[in-house]
Design a binder for this molecule. Structure first.
Ligand code: NAD
Length: 330
C-alpha cells in the first residue's frame, strides 16, 4: 500500500468516486440504499486513505469534500446561513484515542466531552421567530436544503410555540421508532408497495413528502441537540444547550452525559453498544462533542465536518446480533 504510486492511487480513485456517487444517490436522494452502511463506509474510508496519501488528487467534487444529501427538485429550497455539516467518524478505540489526542494537543489540556447517542435519522433544522415555528428544513447539501415546514408541523413532539418568545434556529434528528417502522412496512407490504430498508430511510422518505398528509399518517419523532443562534440565551456548554432545548419545549434524548477525557466515553460506548437493541429507536454510534462552546468555536470546522466532535460508529447491526462484544480497556 505504501508503495502505491500516484498514478495507481488516481486510477483507484477514479473507480471509487463514481461508485460512491451512485450509492449516495440511492441513499440520500431516493431514500433506498443499495448497500449496507458498513460497505459504503469501507469504500469511503479507502477514498480518504488514498486522498491523504496524495492530497493533490483531491477534487472539489470528491465525496470527501461534499456533505451528502442531494435536494429533490420538487421541493422549495432554503439556504442554511450557517451550513449543516457532516461529522467525522471513527471505528476503533485507537482512532478514538487519536481524536482525543488531537483535541488535547490543540487545546493544551484535557477537555470535557458531552457524550450523546448518534440517532439514526436525518438532520432537521427548525427556525422560530418570536417563539413561533416558521420554517423546517432538511440538511440538503449542507448549504441548500429542502423546505419541509408543512410536514414538520405534523410532527407532534415539535413545539409550534416555544416556552419563550425567542428568535432562534435549532437542529436535531428526525427519526422513526422501530415500532412505527415495522407498522409502516407491514402496511406497505399489505398494499403491495416496496418496503423501506431501515428506519432511517423510512424517516427520510416520510419527511420528504410533497403531501404533508402522508407525513402526518406516519409517526415521526425528534431529538433536538443543537442551538445554532442563541439570541440572548446564556448558554456556554453543549450540556447547557440540551437543558435549554428541554426548557423551550423540545424533545431531548435523556441519555447524554458530560465526562472528562476518554474513560467515561468508553463506558458510555460499551453500555449503549450492548443495549442498543432495547432502545425503541435506532442508533448507529455515539457522538463526542467538546462540551465548552468557546473551545468548539476555537477549533472550528473543516469544509465538511466540525473539528470538535466525532462519531464512534458501532459495528453493523446484523453482524452485531451474532458477535455482540465491544471490549475496551477502561
Ligand atoms: P452521518 O450521518 O454519519 O453523521 C452526521 C449526522 O449525524 C448529522 O448530520 C446528524 O444528522 C446526525 N446525528 C445523529 N445524532 C446526532 C447527535 N447526537 N449529535 C449530532 N449529530 C447527530 O454523516 P452523513 O454525512 O450524514 O452520512 C454518512 C453516513 O451515511 C455514512 O456513515 C454511511 O454509513 C451512510 N451512507 C450510507 C450509504 C449507503 O449506501 N448505505 C450511502 C451514503 C451514506
Amino acid at each position: 500500500m505504501a508503495d502505491l504510486t500516484k498514478e495507481q492511487a488516481n486510477q483507484e480513485l477514479m473507480k471509487i468516486r463514481p461508485q460512491l456517487d451512485e450509492w449516495r444517490e440511492a441513499y440520500y436522494t431516493k431514500d433506498a440504499p443499495v448497500v449496507e452502511d458498513n460497505v459504503y463506509d469501507k469504500l469511503y474510508n479507502r477514498l480518504l486513505e488514498l486522498e491523504q496519501m496524495y492530497p493533490e488528487l483531491v477534487t472539489s467534487d470528491s465525496p470527501s469534500q461534499e456533505v451528502g444529501d442531494v435536494t429533490l427538485p420538487d421541493f422549495n429550497k432554503v439556504t442554511h446561513e450557517i451550513p449543516m455539516l457532516s461529522m467525522g467518524d471513527v471505528f476503533s478505540e485507537e482512532e478514538l484515542a487519536d481524536f482525543n489526542q488531537r483535541i488535547e494537543k490543540n487545546v493544551g489540556h484535557e477537555v470535557d466531552y458531552n457524550v450523546e447517542l448518534k440517532i439514526d435519522g436525518l438532520s432537521l433544522s427548525l427556525i422560530y421567530e418570536n417563539g413561533i415555528l416558521v420554517q423546517g428544513s432538511t440538511r440538503g447539501n449542507g448549504t441548500i436544503g429542502e423546505n419541509v415546514t408543512e410536514n414538520v408541523k405534523t410532527i407532534s413532539d415539535i413545539p409550534q410555540k416555544l416556552s419563550q418568545p425567542l428568535s432562534i434556529e435549532v437542529r436535531g434528528e428526525c427519526f422513526m421508532s422501530k415500532k412505527e417502522f415495522l407498522r409502516l412496512n407491514q402496511e406497505r407490504e399489505n398494499e403491495g408497495q416496496q418496503v423501506f430498508a431501515n428506519p432511517r430511510n423510512a424517516a427520510a422518505g416520510s419527511l420528504r413528502q410533497l403531501d404533508p398528509k402522508i407525513t402526518a399518517s406516519r409517526k415521526l419523532d425528534t431529538f433536538m441537540y443543537t442551538i445554532v443562534t442563541f439570541d440572548g440565551l446564556n448558554v456556554t456548554t453543549q450540556h447547557g444547550a440540551l437543558e435549554t432545548l428541554k426548557e423551550l419545549g423540545f424533545n431531548v434524548n435523556p441519555t447524554a452525559q458530560v465526562t472528562t477525557g476518554l474513560k467515561g466515553v468508553k463506558e458510555f460506548i460499551s453500555h449503549f453498544g450492548e443495549m442498543r437493541d432495547e432502545l425503541d429507536y435506532g442508533i448507529d454510534g455515539v457522538v463526542l462533542k467538546v462540551d465548552d462552546l468557546a473551545i468548539q468555536r476555537e477549533l472550528g470546522n473543516t469544509v465538511k465536518v466540525p473539528r470538535w466532535e466525532i462519531a464512534y460508529k458501532f459495528p453493523p447491526e446484523q453482524a452485531e446480533s451474532i458477535v455482540r462484544e465491544i471490549t475496551w480497556t477502561i
